[in-house]
Ligand binder design. Structure first.
Ligand SMILES: C[S@@+](CC[C@H](N)C(=O)[O-])C[C@H]1O[C@@H](n2cnc3c(N)ncnc32)[C@H](O)[C@@H]1O
Length: 440
């Protein structure tokens, strides 16, 4: 007699893959990225290489902060579906998250070649162009998008930001106001509106905008800092580190050209001129070294130059000069407390404007500087009657007595002070002090 085989369920790989796929989409939409990832991977096990599943898995990984893992999946999806605009947009998002802005832009451009009116690609293109400092092109992209689709608050926000970058302040303010009319709780818009009004010299309105940004859950450290720069609100003792890092990361590519060629920045040269002629140094530490503009000025008289800075992109530029022995990514005060090296020269060109209160830095320099070593730096000079001041430019200024008191408290003798116009702000000369102290 024939034995009956046990009944096994008939599994349709397509149906199984589809179920997992839909589970993944639901989890992704609910923000449960771990479940979404597992579901998309399960779906791919049933139906390997399916482009739409690969794309969704890639989008999940990008959103989970793992964009590098998304890229090979998107290559696979594009091999299966050449020219897929969806895959190209996901590729753009992954590349943008990796900071590869130009490659991300190229991915969106490729998508737009086959679908010129693809709204998400147009939008991301504008965002990336702004990041690259190409505000004119960003405005063209945004206005094309706004002609296709009624702009939402996000589009007006970016429109405002782009106009602000182009110096079209009145128009930018209108765009921010339109964004806020659609989304009154938009903390980022309130904050950007505050910076715009601050630059327009409308301080009470700027203060109101920063207060609104705080009320609506905007970045508390940043908005308090901005608020203090335009009002008598309690002054933070330092610029937010994340703000400085982001500011200079985005500035790094154009820093030398913009500051030196356009704005005539000369502080490194002035500080170098304070070094006694003919003196040689065994080791120099360049605090807030930026792109390394001090490097070539120090190389002839220093056996070794080290640098420390908060911005990785600026440090990368300094590294390219080949003039620095060590470069550290750190806050200057923290680094000075921990570093094991000792120096006979420490410099800081246009850095203390972001550091704010200088007690810790002076204590740290006293720790790393050998007796007889020199401490050379610039500060913006505070207005009469102020000691430490946070200005609407979002930069700190220090008075000469403030610095002299710190010098005395930490065992430095003030050897030399020069007064210079460091830069112009809204057409007004900004006076600064160039100082040379010696470690007793
Ligand atoms: C205006 S740039 C000057 C760069 C360079 N010293 C020069 O003269 O070209 C200011 C630099 O200081 C850095 N910086 C500001 N605050 C800092 C901090 N607390 N710790 C480390 N670096 C800081 C910034 O990242 C930026 O690179």
């Amino acid at each position: 007699m024939l034995r009956r085989l046990p009944k096994t369920p008939m599994t349709d790989p397509f149906a199984t893959a589809r179920t997992s796929f839909l589970d993944g989409v639901r989890a992704f939409e609910a923000g449960d990225l771990a479940t979404a990832e597992a579901a998309f991977r399960a779906s791919l096990e049933s139906l390997p290489g399916r482009p739409s599943t690969l794309m969704n898995l890639a989008a999940t990984l990008t959103r989970a902060g793992r964009p590098a893992e998304a890229l090979p999946l998107l290559d696979q999806a594009l091999a299966g579906e050449p020219g897929s605009t969806e895959a190209l947009c996901h590729r753009g998002a992954a590349l943008a998250a990796l900071g590869k802005t130009e490659s991300a832009l190229a991915a969106y451009d490729e998508a737009l070649r086959s679908r010129p009116l693809l709204v998400p690609a147009l939008f991301q293109r504008a965002v990336l162009l702004n990041l690259l400092g190409q505000a004119t092109a960003a405005l063209v992209a945004l206005e094309r998008l706004m002609a296709i689709r009624t702009p939402d608050a996000e589009a007006w926000f970016h429109h405002g930001q782009t106009l602000q970058a182009l110096g079209r302040n009145d128009a930018a303010l209108q765009s921010y106001d339109r964004a806020l009319a659609l989304e009154p709780h938009g903390a980022s818009t309130w904050s950007r509106r505050g910076t715009l009004l601050k630059d327009m010299g409308r301080m009470p309105e700027a203060a109101h905008s920063f207060q609104q940004a705080l009320v609506h859950g905007g970045d508390a450290e940043l908005n308090r800092y901005f608020l203090a720069s335009v009002s008598s609100d309690a002054m933070p003792q330092a610029a937010p580190r994340a703000y400085v890092e982001q500011l200079f990361d985005s500035y790094a590519a154009d820093f030398d050209q913009h500051l030196v060629a356009t704005l005539g920045y000369r502080t490194p040269q002035w500080l170098a001129a304070l070094l006694p002629a003919g003196r040689r140094f065994d080791g120099a530490l360049d605090l807030g070294c930026g792109t390394g503009l001090m490097g070539p000025l120090l190389a002839p008289c220093c056996a070794a130059i080290d640098g420390v800075d908060l911005s990785r992109q600026m440090l990368e530029k300094a590294r390219e000069t080949g003039l620095y022995r060590h470069l550290w990514h750190a806050d200057v005060a923290a680094h000075l407390q921990q570093g094991g090296e000792h120096y006979d020269l420490v410099l800081a060109a246009d850095v203390f404007v972001y550091v704010g209160a200088l007690d810790e830095v002076f204590a740290g320099v006293a720790r790393v500087l050998r007796p007889g070593g020199l401490f050379v730096f610039s500060v913006e000079e505070a207005d009469a009657g102020e000691t430490l001041q946070l200005r609407p430019s979002a930069r700190y200024a220090h008075s000469r007595p403030y610095v002299a008191d710190l010098a005395a408290a930490h065992g430095f003798a003030v050897q030399h002070v020069d007064r210079q116009t460091l830069r112009h702000d809204q057409g007004r000369p900004i006076s600064g002090l160039l100082m040379r102290l010696s470690r007793s």
